[in-house]
Design a binder for this molecule. Sequence first.
Ligand code: NAI
Length: 470
Amino acid sequence: MAPIKNICCIGAGYVGGPTCAVIAYKCHDIKVTICDINAQRIEAWMSDKLPIYEPGLDEVVFSRRGKNLFFSTDVDKHIQEADLIFVSVNTPTKKKGLGAGMAADLAYVEAATRRIAQVSTSSKIVVEKSTVPCRTAESMRAILEANCTANVKFDILSNPEFLAEGTAISDLFNPDRVLIGSLQTESGKVAQQTLADVYANWIPRENIITTNLWSSELSKLAANALLAQRISSINALSAVCEATGADVDEVAYACGRDTRIGSKFLKASVGFGGSCFQKDILNLVYLSTQLNLPEVAEYWKQVYTMNEYQKNRFTRNIISTLFNTITNKKIAVLGFAFKKDTGDTRESAAITLIKSFMEENARVAIYDPKVEAEQIYLDLTEPGVVDNRKQVEKCIEICGSAYEAAKDADALVVVTEWDEFRQLDYNRIYKDMHKPAFVFDGRLMLDAPKLRDIGFKVHVIGKNPLEGRA
Ligand code: NAI
């Protein structure tokens, strides 16, 4: 097969945008066009203020945009021109119907696939980049074959994305591995090699893994389930630590030094968020149930349940520490994004926490360095959180700094691990807060002994709150 010259990416989101921008950056002789039906998003990709915040992304996009990197809403035209198409659309958890709350909603994948079939006038490689349930490629193939014009052939590959938001660009420059799954047919294997050749422009061949289609699809769900499982495991242990006087950071360090366990992803916290972990675990749970494997489904479900427990446990601890009521008290929430170095708020623990604070009639002051105020209102007025915008506006205040949020607050709650929260002038914050001034560190990131010396009452997940008292 001839080398790829023209790539179209359907979906200009957190994955499609950075992934294909990096391909354009690393392969100057490939024309890459990233398409989306959301005109506002495409406009932002073409402006000075990109629609997503990722360290290093601006440089990559600005250096190739208009040369071999383009953004467009004309999806059909770019499907037609492409040799290879990445399908990188959203696959959220289904909100209603069969499998609601568990199964992946594949409507966007299906719509994109039908479009490819309808408008293609030449053969193409179609790549699943979205995270999908195992055997989705089979449905895509059926749709493509049933709807294409004569003499047009499609090879389907699975190439799940393993980047992490916040470090997307360095992950894409230097991935632990790239995974490409194909049907084990002659033409499937050729297509697999053709995509491998694109990545080989900057990634060592030994880091490009090739498997069958179903292994590749399942590996993405499995990888996210295993990562989330580690977080839920250490979070479960954090509750035991608080009850016994063990220190969860010390336990994680001691366990992580065992090379069979390893040190990464063993940081206790208020719970994982983000668009992927919860969705992909629930997806795996649903898949296992469908495959009549109830014990397997129950096993993975527990990872999700533990995450919900951790968020609720943290909230309950805040309320009980503040003398069992937070009504009319001011709670300063530091961080709203689901993790540092991203403006993404999908499934952020902050949303669950703030919802509980609002239900208890607290006043909530929020500061996040990257999340726009409008996004916070949108998240907090989502159906299922608090439906009424006016009610939300009455309860919350969005602040321009941590100092503004902390002024006259009864408690400071750290939800996102932004580096700048370590550098704050805590003497100033202490002076401005109501006394006793409580700090709840949901990310185990602040210098608790120093804060206690200032006068704060400090509660850290996985650590005994009495620690440090004479
Ligand atoms: P996103 O929601 O940021 O972007 C998806 C984009 O696809 C949206 O802008 C939407 O307008 C567009 N779209 C939907 N249907 C379309 C169509 N028919 N034609 C053109 N555009 C269409 O989603 P994100 O975060 O980029 O995720 C995409 C996929 O990648 C999901 O399956 C996700 O699970 C997976 N993934 C996400 C990661 C992350 O860190 N966000 C990491 C690895 C995988």
